[in-house]
Design a protein around this ligand. Structure first.
Ligand SMILES: [Zn+2]
Length: 118
């Protein structure tokens, strides 16, 4: 279950970033996860909530933005969703392609609690 390793490293990065930037009220951590990254969102969520207790992220929420796994066919130039079409170009049937997106695993955004105006 490599999600736990990834979750822990993401959590460490977020905490370091928050310390360096004097952020102490994180509400939501947003991860960007590609469909082709082999990260299972459900496992990632479980790993995240299992790993945050005792850290400054203990009461944060996790949001995952899924990036579609798109490829471009090397034979006809069609851009298609690799998962949906099982790696085969829907126009010409070729399996030769370049991956355009979907291998991401990034910390995309930290949503911070705003102070209530006085
Ligand atoms: Zn094609």
């Amino acid at each position: 279950m490599h999600e736990m390793t990834l979750a822990i490293s993401a959590i460490k990065s977020v905490i370091e970033f928050a310390r360096d930037n004097d952020i102490d009220e994180i509400d939501t951590v947003v991860l960007e996860i590609g469909e082709l990254s082999l990260v299972v969102p459900q496992y990632m969520e479980d790993a995240y909530y299992a790993a945050v207790p005792g850290t400054m992220l203990e009461h944060t929420k996790l949001r995952m933005d899924i990036v579609p796994g798109n490829g471009i066919c090397r034979d006809c130039g069609k851009v298609y969703n690799i998962i949906e079409h099982k790696g085969r170009c829907p126009v010409c049937g070729s399996e030769s392609k370049d991956i355009l997106s979907g291998e991401e695993f990034n910390i995309k955004e930290l949503l911070v609690l705003e102070d209530e105006p006085e």
